[in-house]
Ligand binder design. Structure first.
Ligand code: NI
Length: 180
């Protein structure tokens, strides 16, 4: 196990289109998932994509703690390989929600995302995956999948008033508009 170095915004690996994972069960992929799990636990946060740890591969891990869950139901940590997202809501029905990113430390912003998505791909064991996600889980998966396409959350923002340092926003909470 190892704690990996996290690339920060500005590093070219975060702007690259990542390569598909050819064999989920390969030892190097399993080791990467283990190391990313340890790295995320050390850094704190809900998700981590392989390009953030300098591996340009289509793979991410995420979890949803009870405190962030819309349903009150936690999602334990899981790895998603070669994810493909299909929006299940209209573009004009995107919802605003707060996001941070381990590659943009200390900041957070309100980012519009699809409220519901279909996620296909593979699990950590290489088994096929096909499920529907909504709310915060859908948001996290959209954020992490963006990393695999070289997209960081500021590129998804539409209103830069809702962007700030965590310390300031914690001191001065900002309500988000219901309608975008
Ligand atoms: Ni991120």
């Amino acid at each position: 196990m190892a704690i990996l170095k996290i690339a920060r915004m500005g590093h070219p690996i975060l702007r690259r289109q990542a390569d598909p994972v050819s064999a989920a069960s390969a030892p190097e992929i399993q080791r990467l998932i283990t190391d990313m799990t340890e790295t995320l636990a050390d850094a704190g946060g809900v998700g981590l994509a392989a390009p953030q740890v300098h591996e340009s591969l289509r793979l991410f891990i995420f979890h949803v703690p009870t405190s962030r869950s819309d349903t009150g139901q936690a999602i334990p940590l899981r790895a998603i390989i070669n994810p493909v997202i299909t929006p299940l809501s209209e573009d004009e029905d995107k919802v605003l929600g707060w996001e941070g990113c381990l590659s943009i430390p200390g900041l957070r912003a309100a980012v519009p995302r699809h409220a519901r998505i279909r996620l296909t791909g593979q699990t950590a064991t290489g088994a096929p995956l096909d499920e529907e996600l909504s709310g915060f889980a859908a948001r996290v998966v959209q954020h992490e999948t963006d990393h695999l396409d070289g997209v960081l959350y500021p590129a998804r923002m539409e209103d830069f008033r809702f962007f700030g340092y965590n310390e300031e926003l914690d001191r001065n909470p900002m309500a988000l508009p219901e309608e975008m």
